[in-house]
Design a protein around this ligand. Sequence first.
Ligand code: F6R
Length: 241
Amino acid sequence: MKIIVCENYRELSKTAAEMVAECISSKKICLGLATGSTPEGMYDCLVGLYEAGKCDFSGVTTFNLDEYYPISPDDPQSYRYYMDKRLFERVNIDKSATHIPNGLAPDPELECTEYEKMIAACGGIDLQVLGVGANGHIGFNEPGDTLLPQTHLTGLTPSTIKANARFFDSEDQVPKHAITMGIKTILSARRIVVLVSGSAKHEAIKKLLEGKITTRWPVTFLNLHNDVTLICDKEVYYGTT
Ligand code: F6R
């Protein structure tokens, strides 16, 4: 695993954006994307690169890791809304080439199967951007006795609901379920870049770097992949504040 320890969040965001921009500059490419607070700075930097004429999204197809369920795509807390506002409406991407699980799918199981089919039809994900939960989740693959390989409907753990309550008016409003890519879906990406910031995630990163694989810390499954770049700040790497 390649590890880049950045001075601060700003440097982390810039480094990640440059890596994504380099990847999309030359050709048609399929990107896997994450939401949450960690990649916000990366999306701002990518918009900056686009505005400076250094980044062209016209050949880019995207698949997001996850979406709450149930939630309307128009809901400001939905990941569809987040992606539209933070990236898609600010760059020259073809909106019909952006994919996020439908938080209102009448048949979530079918939605998951179709999502996997669409990723396969696009030739698989070239570069997957990931964040990590303090409990070690990736996508919404939560710690437990088992993990599922493919896109599926899952329950969120109380700790994730609590952590994500900051985006909602109250904890009660956080949806209790989500549709998420599975561990195999994530590991099938040709390259993976993991963004992690802040001392609250130190334990998760420690587990990842120990190299043992356990369903209790889903992030440790990244040790099975041979092209992972971890971009983190000093706080998370050294566990200091
Ligand atoms: C978001 C996602 C989650 C987040 C994780 C970290 O699409 O899949 O796994 O990456 O919860 O979230 P932040 O960055 O808000 O700490």
